[in-house]
Design a binder for this molecule. Structure first.
Ligand code: PLP
Length: 428
């Protein structure tokens, strides 16, 4: 059997129907921004392999840290034991998180980082003996992951239709779009003033999976400020926006008000190994500060704070805070802003959005803007045939490149996008 035949026989791929027309592409190696296929082609990874890769593939600094750690301490149970890579990582994260953050809880991925954040918020009220705070508020269109708690606080759609009746109730407020801000603020105030809201969870500034939808730090600051008035725990899901994606270290660095809890993952290891982290403020931690088992957060994973993953995250952190990386992020942002300005003449474009290193182009189509928009497949195959990996969210083409991408490589992607748009215009 060939590799592809074996893949077809044995493997179930994520977010992919079990019966598909197109074979997956076998990747043999990857370097920098390029993926190399088994049949000798190279593909530029314009989406950082699901938004995780920051410093390029097979980054030598991260690879070295992984290899050294693997030969020294690959893993140890994290209850009753601890190790330097986890302690250093916690220290690193707390050095860049808002000053109110005081503890780091490790897990495995974005979904579990969100689950832990929700559980911390819920048990915070339980530990304080307050039984009336039971509701969670989220933003319409949200994506927080695929485990049950994360699905519950996310948009209800085909992704979770089969599980809908098992999800807990959540109140969703409208997504801010510049025209509805007064209404959102008054709706939100009405909701939280009932005093039964335990927590408010949001993707700060950019809703990734919803189609790279962007909103202003001002409205989020106002929402958090109202939440604080009514003692509602604010959970920032920075799984996608963290680690420089929005131009600053965290999206919440654009805010005046600091959230109580942060969920982190994706870029945390520079895209090399799975790892999640949830941080909380001293106010949250204080409600758990006890030796009583009834006040303990009974949550953990076999691989909690895996030393190799933590070492990779520390190496990625060092790269991330370097001058070179900061200026690379600025250069990408400038290039994307310029590109955005050049796209203003296209009638096939409904909207162009840029935030930090994220560019989204929403196309005008006869169908509504959604993940299922049929244009998605066409765009995906078109760009792959040009050696570029983009994975449109319906009619939204976006790029989220690794920070090591060169100006020339970025230009080549932009040129292909313009040619694709010209093709659409000609076809009318
Ligand atoms: C990807 C993502 C998640 C889920 O992370 P996984 O590692 O895929 O479980 C959660 N929240 C946001 C905002 C994400 O973009």
């Amino acid at each position: 059997m060939t590799l592809l035949e074996k893949d077809k026989n044995y493997i179930w791929h994520p977010f992919t129907p079990l019966e598909v027309e197109e074979d997956p592409i076998v990747i043999e190696s990857a370097q920098g921004v390029y993926l190399y296929t088994a049949d000798g082609k190279k593909i530029i990874d314009a989406v950082s392999s699901w938004w995780v890769n920051l410093h390029g593939h097979s980054n030598p600094v991260i690879a070295k840290a992984i290899s050294e750690q693997a030969g020294k301490l690959e893993h140890v149970i994290f209850a009753g034991f601890t190790h330097e890579p986890a302690i250093t990582l916690a220290e690193n994260l707390l050095s860049v998180l808002p000053k109110n953050q005081s503890k780091i809880f490790f897990s495995d991925d974005g979904s579990t980082a969100v689950e832990v954040g929700l559980k911390m918020a819920m048990q915070y009220w339980h530990n304080r003996g307050i039984t009336t705070k039971t509701k969670i508020v989220a933003l319409e269109g949200a994506y927080h992951g695929d485990t049950f708690g994360a699905m519950s606080v996310g948009a209800r759609d085909v992704f979770n239709l089969a599980f809908n009746r098992y999800l807990f109730n959540v109140d969703f407020i409208d997504f801010p779009n510049n025209q509805n801000e007064e209404k959102i603020l008054s709706d939100f105030r009405k909701l939280v003033s009932r005093e039964d809201v335990a927590a408010f969870i949001f993707e700060p500034l950019v809703q990734g999976a919803a189609g790279m939808r962007m909103y202003s730090p001002q409205i989020l600051d106002q929402l958090i400020s109202i939440a604080k008035e009514y003692d509602v725990i604010c959970i920032a899901d920075e799984v996608f926006t963290g680690f420089g994606r929005t131009g600053r270290f965290f999206a919440c660095d654009y805010l005046k008000n600091a959230p109580d809890i942060f969920a982190l993952s994706k870029g945390i290891t520079g895209g090399s190994l799975p790892l999640g982290a949830t941080s909380c403020s001293s106010k949250i931690a204080l409600a758990f500060q006890s030796s009583e088992s009834s006040r303990t957060l009974y949550h953990g994973h076999s691989y909690t704070a895996n030393p190799i993953a933590c070492a990779a995250a520390n190496a990625s952190f060092k790269l991330l805070i370097s001058k070179e990386c900061k200026s690379a992020i600025e250069t990408i942002n400038k290039s994307l802003e310029n590109f955005k300005a050049n796209l203003s003449g296209f009638s096939v474009i409904k909207d162009v959005r840029v935030c930090g290193t994220i560019l989204a182009i929403e196309l005008m189509t006869n169908d509504t803007s959604s993940y299922y928009n049929p244009i998605r497949k066409k765009i995906y195959s078109h760009f792959l045939s040009k050696g570029i990996l983009v994975r449109p969210l319906g009619n939204v083409i976006y790029i989220v490149p690794p920070y090591v991408i060169s100006e020339k490589e970025l230009q080549s992607i932009q040129t292909e996008i313009v040619q694709f748009l010209n093709g659409l215009v000609r076809r009318g």
